[in-house]
Design a protein around this ligand. Structure first.
Ligand code: FES
Length: 578
């Protein structure tokens, strides 16, 4: 069982400093709460619960949050708490440019400071669309109040004619088909209208499903919360349960640092691997762990990947979608199937251990949620590569790549940046064939900046027309979890700061050896030193504003891409109330 903390008295609540004392300032707090229509009986001696809501008109994945926040409030009220909705920046994956990753840390800062600067005792964090989950959790971890996460839930399956469509994965697939002439413009239009048809985040195993599930395995949601489709009435019920639970967590002072231990983070990694989850989870989990001073590194992913089977038969690595996963038993069933691979003694926000939460979970469709004896892939769904091209590591999902490319040596075709690639990739006389290795630089945390999801580099049209759908592609970018292919990502250090990727020239041979976990540039050390001496760092893109702050403080992919000043450090003092 998790530690049973002593029950707190109302005078020990953080909000008591705002509401409970008798002075000039507390007069202001109470009179202004009355101005909002509340009587002292609504809040006196009760935990004040922030519902940090990333709803926005421009976030299609969170359209149900306006209603869902009411469900959470219902739960908070019924358990004797005082709910306050605090809107926070919505990171809308399809619309925000240049990339939501540029703003993940800004949401984290906002979340931390919202919780610090207001009379908050505990928080319900409402997110789901890709970076909202880590952003909310990173900020709340730094503040370290009792906090619980309510995942947005996946959207329903997409449809086109008789075909089921998956977010992202099918966009890339049918885009390639359109470019190769395999489908018509009319088909493409119909796909556009059918691929996203309900509230909720992407329903493939993209970053959203990966991160909400990882957070459940970490112990920060109620059991089963991550798999319920947003449109299902059980999602509203889960909202109310979550609101009820946070009130009790405040009384017993169950903080994120009590739940998110190294053991819990390693469980989250096992979960991500068994799901065939997005490589983005590597960056986010490392960043989240560092906020809590928990040691977590690429080596943990590499070690656990060697023994963790892929059990979730979900696209892009598998066949089904999140809606099918829910009907098959959802995440608790998959975690139960993992057996000893998880440390089930880890405590969770509901006061029970992970093992207690999943013990009774059943699998209803063993093709969707496999057993360890019948996995989709036995192990090694993620590979951490090292070599002279990636001294601080690079990552790849071997299961999402054609197997013939797992051992491959070919000549580099280098693009300086995204615009260069977009301008030249389909040129008929580009010197490239299916054995080439496509290299994109200036796509990392500083170089792009924001490390966009450009890592599924396009295959030239003339090669697609030959029926070839995969090639080795290398960049310092990230890749959407819904993407697929032999894409080597997160090369660190990135090219913009002088990583070896900056020194590659077209025609150089590059060797990818997935079984050997190597990524080598076949150029002598002497030649690389000569090239390094001639190398000049491209100028920074931003000279002022948030972008300039970002460029000064962003860390590399293997370190979590947090701001250096936001990682765990000396405690920030509570605000003075004068
Ligand atoms: Fe929001 Fe994919 S667009 S999760």
């Amino acid at each position: 069982m998790p530690p049973e903390n002593k029950r707190r008295e109302p005078e020990e609540l953080r909000s008591h400093r705002w509401y409970g004392v008798k002075d000039l300032r507390s007069f202001g707090h109470r009179s202004r709460t009355a101005q909002m229509g509340f009587d002292a009986a609504d809040y006196r001696g009760k935990p004040v619960i922030a519902i940090v809501n990333t709803w926005s008109d421009i976030n299609p994945c969170h359209t149900h949050f306006k209603q869902r926040v009411e469900d959470v409030k219902r739960g908070v009220w019924s358990a004797g708490g005082f709910p306050l909705e605090l809107p926070a920046m919505s990171l809308s994956e399809p619309f925000q440019k240049p990339t939501t990753m540029l703003y993940r840390n800004l949401l984290a800062m906002e979340t931390e400071e919202l919780l610090r600067s207001y009379p908050i005792d505990g928080a319900v964090l409402m997110g789901g669309c890709d970076k909202t989950t880590p952003g909310l959790l990173m900020g709340a971890s730094s503040m370290d109040l009792p906090s619980i996460f309510l995942p947005a839930g996946p959207m329903l399956r997409g449809h086109w004619g008789g075909t089921t469509l998956g977010s992202g994965s099918d966009t890339w697939k049918y885009w390639a088909d359109l470019r190769a002439g395999a489908i018509t413009e009319d088909d493409w239009q119909e796909i556009e209208n059918g691929i996203a048809r309900s509230p909720g985040h992407c329903m493939t195993m993209g970053t959203a499903s990966t991160m909400t599930s990882a957070v459940e395995a970490l112990g920060v949601t109620l059991p089963g919360a991550a798999s319920i489709p947003a449109a299902d009435s059980r999602h509203a019920v889960m909202g109310a349960h979550t609101g009820r639970r946070i009130v009790e967590m405040v009384w017993t002072d169950v903080k994120l640092s009590d739940v998110c231990t190294r053991t819990a983070f390693r469980n989250a990694i096992v979960c991500v691997l068994a799901l065939g989850g997005s490589t983005n989870a590597i960056i986010h989990l490392i960043a989240m762990a560092r906020r809590l001073n928990v040691e977590l590194a690429l080596a943990d992913f590499e070690e656990l990947a060697r023994v963790t089977p892929l059990l979730a038969n979900i696209r892009p690595s598998g066949k089904y979608l999140m809606e099918d996963f829910f009907y098959a038993g959802g995440l608790p069933a998959m975690l139960n199937n993992l057996g000893d691979l998880l440390d089930t003694s880890a405590c969770t926000v509901n006061g029970f251990t992970l093992g207690e939460n999943i013990a009774r979970a059943k699998t209803f469709n063993e093709d969707v949620i496999r057993t360890v004896n019948d996995p989709i892939v036995a192990n090694n769904t993620l590979a951490v590569l090292r070599g002279n091209l990636a001294p601080d590591g690079a990552v790849m999902k071997p299961a999402a790549a054609e197997e013939r490319l797992h051992r491959h040596t070919g000549p580099a075709v280098v693009f300086e940046n995204y615009d260069d690639m977009a301008a030249r990739i389909d040129e008929p006389d580009l010197d490239i064939d299916e054995n080439s290795v496509i290299v994109l630089r200036s796509a990392g945390p500083q170089g792009a900046p924001g490390m966009p999801e450009w890592g599924q580099l396009p295959i030239p049209k003339k090669i697609l027309e030959k029926g070839i759908r995969d090639m080795v592609r290398i960049s310092d970018a990230r890749m959407s979890g819904t993407s697929y292919g032999a894409c080597v990502l997160h090369v660190a250090p990135e090219s913009h700061v002088g990583g070896p990727l900056a020194l590659v020239r077209s025609g150089d041979l590059i060797e990818l050896d997935v079984p050997g976990r190597r990524l080598e540039l076949k150029v002598t050390d002497e030649e690389l030193e000569k090239r390094r001496a001639d190398w000049q760092q491209p100028p920074p893109k931003y000279g002022r504003g948030y972008g300039a702050l970002y460029l000064q403080h962003i860390t590399q992919a293997n370190e979590g891409c947090d701001f250096d000043f936001l990682e765990a450090g000396p405690p920030v003092p509570e605000p003075e109330i004068h």
